[in-house]
Design a protein around this ligand. Sequence first.
Ligand code: G6P
Length: 611
Amino acid sequence: MCGIVAAASSNNIVPVLVEGLKRLEYRGYDSAGLAVIGSAGIERVRSVGRVAELESESAGTQAITGIAHTRWATHGIPSERNAHPHVSGSIAVVHNGIIENYETLRRELTAQGYVFTSDTDTESIAHLIQATLKTEPDLFKAVRIACQRLVGAYAIAVIDHTQPGKVIVAREGSPLLLGVSEPGKSTGNYAASDASALLQVTRNMVYLENGDIAELTASKVKITRLDGSPVERAIHVSELSAAAVELGNYQHYMQKEIFEQPEALANTLEIVGGSKSIQPGIFGAEAANLLADVDSILILACGTSSHSGYTARYWLEALAGVPCNVEIASEYRYRTSVANPRQLIVAISQSGETADTLAALRHAKALGQSKTLAICNVPESAIVRECTLRFITRAGPEIGVASTKAFTTQLAALFVLTLVMAKLRGKLSAEQEASYINELRHLPVAVNKVLSLENEIKTWAQRFADKHHALFLGRGMYYPIAMEGALKLKEISYIHAEAYPAGELKHGPLALVDADMPVISIAPNDRLLDKLKSNLKEVQARGGELYVFADQDSEIADSEGVHLLRLPEHYGQLSPILHVIPLQLLSYHVALVKGTDVDKPRNLAKSVTVE
Ligand code: G6P
């Protein structure tokens, strides 16, 4: 989704802006631009395509104050005229989010004589601020007043060439943080959509709250609320290392992130691995009391995060005996539902900023559902801050748009939640608890072994490249894993893929099966294996080509039209975490064969901060 970088410094900030945008590329974008305060006024460069193009077009530009942006089109097609920054007279604005009343503003401002040159909602912010400057000449105050008229979600950064040396930023609903001067290292103050853009200059981050507005100069930062009242916001020293967002020896971030899973899981489970028992306190100080009274669970999430929820539902009901539902956040937030104050709301999100998940969480709270838990990879994110309980997955920054290590660490967190709930409900013996802790402890090693299947999967990938459709089958807790496999293939290789519970095959999708429709099946050695084998026979009988991911001991054999790959070990309840890995590798290698942009698939964004 759109990314913002802004800087006020005593040195040339153009390289900082460009480097910052490169760090935000992973969020997904279709055009990029920057504006700086030059000697003769605002100097603006915009381009459709990669930040690298913007970099060459802005080579030679020098300035000490500027703003920059990667745009993911919402209002108006990707084009240079719609790319940010948008300019009105002396000012330039970049914006992330959606202004819902932009048509009203556009009509009003057009009537006042402002000429719109783009189709964006953002341009109305630029003209609104310019119009406000007529009665309130101070830029900070004018932006503050203008923001009060905006309805919707925004993070903005504004410069004015008649008031050089300062950048005004404001946030309501879209992510924005400040990077403040680090003595001896940086000589300036900065703002960006996420910390990774600013690690190049500072580790000192200030997370703005909704309704905050800040003025940055090279030497000072002033923050107030939109009504003008001053506020103090704490400085957090980011623990992200610059190396964590480097590609290193890998070809793509997705590949790096797939191979980081053993470490990501080890870090996430560190809190459990060292102890002999699992305590509710892992989820926060209030967890023991709050969870003891829970009578059911509702999981809210989007995309890959929802698939971890669907998987966990099988664990929570089977092992902890707690009724669990999973709902896509964008559906739940607009549905009339029956509130249950004893229900635990679990919001799952890698980024913690997904607009629909955040809105669904707020909707639940507004209905009186006050028991809330965030499972999230970003500790300072909005979703974490708005939940009572939290479990921070420690996957490290995930840059590839297609989520991998965030997914498996979410599953690990949800398994820990299952154990806590089972224990609180008297459904976990000390023996079982010790045995599950042991399995969790060895999970990174088990994942590592699965990663060694990569070469065989590469061979399979060659056979998929000319296919237009694929079917993924799973049963029980492997059905959501099949859903995740299908999503991965769609996202990065653009092959249409669908997941079905294998038992549902004969109720429709079997009609599609022929030699051109590969069928990928997850066949762990569990009590449903025999049933699954019958489903696979149905596919074989229709001339379908089967690709089966089985366990070492699954009684299933290679035969005509059946390609078989065995995972090194069966891992009981935790097996879904192992079985998703070959599916991640398969989609990655199919995308490589097809030559798609693996880390930045077309039309998609990493962090979907608009509805
Ligand atoms: C986007 C990303 C997906 C992600 C989903 C939910 O669609 O491309 O990879 O699963 O958002 O994101 P979240 O940050 O809430 O997990």
